[in-house]
Ligand binder design. Structure first.
Ligand code: NAD
Length: 421
């Protein structure tokens, strides 16, 4: 990858395979096993019609990819975005395999997406698109086979429609087919906050190891949706000051700190964080480079590249987003002594509480938020500590350490099962 490449031109699938190759090489993985784990197990492309409000019929394209199902059912979110590609979904599915292995939950990796800008659809069109897409990918999904969840531009309502569609076809209610559902339909307490909460547990651990006082830290957050806005609130609760945030329309900066609750309310009212009173409008790129101690990318892939890695001021980067940093940028950041908490560890809180939700659904049980958060904390802290220990022992960065842990776990499971037939 060269410095001339722009974020949009970097192929996430090539990044994911490159990250895997680096870990597989270091683990001296058996060449056959390496060939198996380097590719997705299944890729489904669907083109499906939706009747629009104006009476026209539009055809949309969607994907569901299962990278690996060796350790359990495929697990991973559904993304609605105009820039979704099959290669992006393949990368996200592979990252899910490693993520589930890092936190040692019994799932493989999957991901789905539809090429659509959902902001341009009415609620009725969004529901119709969701129900038809669910039907199209029903050949793969199921509570024992492949369990979708929310991702960019999908939420509890979308999950409710998916669960209802699947259940209608089965003839009975199947809550365990998706996670991230509303509480009233078998959703888990704490699921909405789980990705951000898990990321903040990691930041607290990192700060502890690095001797950083969170009470005196300044934080910048890129992306102000589920992961980003809740991470901003939770890190504020740790005493840090949130100095910059952004969404797809741009960013805002206030060196003395933003009132996070008021920014959330402002975005709800105006549809953008920009124009927030007392702050300065900045670009999305600026938010990554503002003077701060901790940077939380919580938007999309390939935001930190060889172009801007040298300009980042933060001492800690906590990847709430999937794939925000390219391998070239990783090297630059590592050389500069930036402590990066990699996506497959940092944002694993989401899938961990999804796993709790699925366990509760299968057992017809409901846990309190206190229990959910305590179990989440135990898993995140253990995964962080295991990764940190490997990083120290092997003298590698945290991403390589997390990959060594995850790939070894998946490789062990795969070789114990043996090759069929
Ligand atoms: P979301 O749709 O709730 O929010 C996405 C946010 O990113 C929005 O505020 C959007 O405006 C902003 N955004 C989009 N393009 C941007 C750009 N170019 N620059 C700055 N901001 C931009 O989605 P989410 O669920 O919060 O997901 C965000 C990231 O977190 C994704 O990488 C996703 O895969 C990852 N993630 C989410 C979960 C989860 O449980 N929701 C779990 C693990 C990882």
């Amino acid at each position: 990858m060269t410095t001339e490449q722009t974020a949009a031109s970097i192929n996430p699938w090539q990044v994911a395979q490159q990250q895997f190759d680096l870990a597989a090489g270091r683990l001296s993985l058996d060449p056959g096993l390496r060939r198996v784990l380097r590719e997705p197990r299944r890729e489904l492309t669907v083109h499906f019609p939706v009747k629009m409000d104006d009476g026209s019929v539009q055809v949309f394209t969607g994907y569901r990819v299962q990278h690996n199902v060796g350790r359990g059912p495929a697990k991973g979110g559904i993304r609605y975005h105009q820039d979704v590609t099959l290669d992006e979904v393949k990368a996200l599915a592979m990252w899910m395999t490693w993520k589930c292995a890092v936190v040692a939950i019994p799932y493989g990796g999957g991901k789905g997406g539809v090429i659509v800008d959902p902001k341009k659809l009415s609620l009725k069109e969004l529901e119709a698109l969701t129900r038809r897409f669910t039907t199209e990918i029903e050949v793969l999904i199921g509570p024992e086979r492949d369990i979708p969840a929310p991702d960019v531009n999908t939420n509890a309502q979308v999950m409710a429609w998916m669960m209802d569609t699947y259940s209608m076809h089965q003839g009975y209610t199947v809550p365990g087919v998706v996670t991230g559902k509303p509480i009233s339909l078998g959703g888990s307490e704490g699921r909405t906050e789980a990705t951000a909460r898990g990321a903040v547990y990691c930041i607290v651990e990192a700060a502890d190891h690095l001797g950083i006082d969170l009470g005196r830290s300044r934080v910048a957050v890129q992306g102000f949706g589920n992961a980003g806005s809740i991470a901003a609130s939770l890190i504020r609760d740790e005493g840090s000051s949130v100095v910059a945030v952004s969404d797809s329309t741009g960013g805002i900066h206030r060196p003395t700190g933003l009132d996070v609750d008021r920014v959330i309310a402002w975005k709800k009212e105006h549809g953008t964080v920009q124009g927030f009173p007392g702050s300065t409008d900045v670009t999305n790129a600026d938010v990554l480079e503002v003077d701060c101690d901790i940077l939380i990318p919580a938007a999309l892939e390939n935001q930190i590249t060889a172009r801007n890695a040298g300009s980042i001021k933060a001492r800690v980067i906590a990847e709430a987003a999937n794939g925000p940093t390219t391998p070239d940028a990783d090297e630059i950041l590592h050389e500069r002594g930036v402590f990066l908490i990699p996506d497959i560890l940092c944002n694993a809180g989401g899938v961990t509480v999804s796993y709790f939700e699925w366990v509760q659904d299968l057992n017809r049980d409901h846990w309190s938020e206190t229990i959910v958060n305590a179990k989440l904390k135990e898993i995140m802290v253990r995964a962080f500590d295991e990764t940190y220990r490997i990083a120290r022992q092997e003298e590698v960065n945290m991403r390589m350490a997390a990959y060594l842990l995850a790939v070894q776990r998946v490789a062990d499971a795969t070789s114990m099962r043996g090759l069929y037939p």
